[in-house]
Design a protein around this ligand. Structure first.
Ligand code: FE2
Length: 286
C-alpha cells in the first residue's frame, strides 16, 4: 500500500474500527474511593498502601475524602499537597472543609480539591471536577452534602440535577461522594441518581456499611464507605474525651485517637461506554 492510500485508510477506517472494537470488547475504568482520611493515622495508611492498591487492582483513578486530614478537622494546603503527592488524583470533602481558613486560597490553584457543590456559589472552591484517568477516560467527580443534621445548604438533589445537566454528555464515568449524616438521605440520593451516575458513595459517618451493591439502572452504591483512620476511637476522636462529653454534656476539646488504624475504601468498575457500574467491592486494610 502506498503512503497516501495508507493515510486515507487510517483516516476513513480507524474511527470505525475503534467503535467496532469498543462494541466487541468492554472497556472498563477502575475507580478507587478511600473513605474519610482522619488525622495522621489515616494519612500514614494512604502513604503506605495507596500505590500497592493501585497496582494490584489496576486502578485508573484514585479519589479520597480528605475533610478530616488535619487532626480530624479540615485540611491545610501542606496536607493536601502531601495527599496528592501520595498519588491521589482528586480529594473530596464535606462540612469540615471550612475548619482551616488557609485552605481557602488553595482551591483557586488546585481544582482537584473539591468542596460540596451545594454550598453557596460565592464560597471558595467548586464541587465538580472533570479529570482524565490513567487510561485516558474523562471522569466527572461530584461532591454533594446532605441537609439533615448538617449545616444549611442548597438542596443536594436539585444541585445534582444541575451539575449533571452541565456535564458534557460524552463524560460517562461519573462519581458522586455524598457527604451526609442520615442513612435515609444517602439512600434517597442513590435511588435519585440511579442510572445517571456510575456511583454514589456516602461519607461522613465514618462507619462502613454492609450494603455495597449496584442499583437496577447501573449505579454502584454504598451508604458509607467508612473512615480511613484510628478505629480504637469514637469515629476517629479519642474515646475517653467523647465518653466524657456523653456523660457530662460539657464541652470538650476534641483530639484525634492514635490506635487501631484501618483503611476503608471501595473499588468501582465502570463500563466507560455506558457509564454503568459493572462491579463494586469493599477494600479494607486492617
Ligand atoms: Fe463530615
Amino acid at each position: 500500500m502506498v503512503a497516501g492510500n495508507s493515510r486515507r485508510w487510517s483516516r476513513d477506517w480507524a474511527p470505525f474500527c475503534g467503535r467496532l472494537l469498543r462494541r466487541l470488547v468492554r472497556f472498563l475504568t477502575n475507580l478507587l474511593f478511600i473513605g474519610d482520611i482522619f488525622a495522621s493515622p489515616g494519612r500514614s495508611l494512604v502513604a503506605r498502601h495507596l500505590r500497592d492498591i493501585v497496582v494490584a487492582e489496576n486502578i485508573h483513578l484514585s479519589i479520597a475524602n480528605a475533610e478530616n486530614a488535619a487532626g480530624g478537622f479540615g485540611i491545610t494546603p501542606t496536607l493536601a499537597d502531601e495527599l496528592f503527592g501520595y498519588g491521589l488524583d482528586v480529594l473530596t470533602s464535606g462540612n469540615h472543609i471550612w475548619d482551616k481558613r488557609e485552605i481557602f486560597d488553595y482551591f483557586v490553584r488546585h481544582p482537584r480539591l473539591l468542596r460540596p457543590a451545594n454550598y453557596a456559589d460565592e464560597l471558595p472552591g467548586c464541587g465538580v471536577f472533570v479529570v482524565e484517568a490513567r487510561n485516558g477516560v474523562d471522569c466527572g467527580i461530584l461532591n454533594l452534602q446532605g441537609r439533615t443534621h448538617m449545616p444549611a445548604t442548597d438542596c443536594p438533589f436539585r444541585k445534582a440535577d444541575g451539575l449533571l445537566a452541565a456535564l458534557p454528555a460524552d463524560i460517562k464515568v461519573r462519581f458522586v461522594d455524598f457527604h451526609a449524616e442520615l442513612t435515609s438521605e444517602k439512600m434517597a440520593m442513590g435511588w435519585y441518581l440511579d442510572g445517571r451516575v456510575s456511583a454514589v458513595i456516602g461519607t461522613h459517618t465514618h462507619i462502613p456499611t454492609a450494603d455495597t451493591r449496584i442499583l437496577p439502572n447501573g449505579t454502584a452504591y454504598q451508604t458509607d464507605v467508612g473512615m480511613t483512620g484510628p478505629y480504637h476511637s469514637i469515629i476517629g476522636v479519642d474515646k475517653d474525651i467523647i465518653l466524657q462529653r456523653f456523660l457530662t454534656q460539657m464541652p470538650v476539646r476534641m483530639e484525634a485517637a492514635r490506635h487501631g488504624a484501618e483503611l476503608h475504601a471501595v473499588i468501582v468498575q465502570v463500563d466507560e461506554e455506558t457509564g454503568r457500574a459493572t462491579a463494586i467491592k469493599r477494600h479494607t486494610v486492617t
